[in-house]
Design a protein around this ligand. Sequence first.
Ligand code: MG
Ligand code: MG
Length: 268
Amino acid sequence: MIIVKTPEEIALMRESALIVSKTLGMLAGEVKPGVTTLHLDALAETFIRDHGATPGFLGMYDFPNSLCMSPNAQVVHGIPNKTPLVEGDIISIDCGALKNGFYGDHAYTFEVGEVTPEIKKLLDVTKESLYVGIRELKLGNRVGDVGYAIQKFTEDHGYGVVRELVGHGLGRKMHEDPEMPNYGKRGRGKKFVEGMVVAIEPMTNMGTHRIKQLKDGWTILTADGKPSAHFEHDVAIVNGKPELLSTFKYIYDALGISSNEEDEFRQT
Ligand code: MG
Ligand code: MG
């Protein structure tokens, strides 16, 4: 059952999302060769608590840390560790925060130093696919319309769309209805309704869409060992249209990037 949020609840959810956005912005300035994902995790936990929130992932389903840190061929759910990042890596950072009873949950794949043009393209296409999907999150559409749009855009670029992990409704629980797959058929699935909030999160593999899981019971990685990227936004349906609750602005500020990619999804 989709749990619709009131405008007041959506305002609270924006607060939770913003804490995650700011955490990712803080991390953007820290991601560099030589840094360990465990160090970044500790910085994030302190930052989230300093902003009056609780790390959303810590302890959830017994996850041991505050961030999911998935470098290179890891897709999602990687566990922070003491291995330093090296020049040319990519690192997908997924962050959650709980404040006022509501969760924020979004993700960004960062470049560590200089990456190859092939990897840069994987990141660009995955991020663009996120917006292609968000554009379909409007009244009159269904879950399948978002999935179809993301899948078509991604596969047209020759990349693999992960099937086993999906986006989701978001609210007082991290994972609410509906599931939001990054693949699907037009006109299929649940109808979108005013006031719903979802996390849309394409996970895109440079090669095959197939994945495997490490023995740690968490880490998902590509079956062929090629890189994978992950971008996620929290989005509400307001006035029938997609309204971004999260933002990559703080990341772009830290990296000196100017972008207006989010403007079409802001009504205020
Ligand atoms: Mg996430
Ligand atoms: Mg999520």
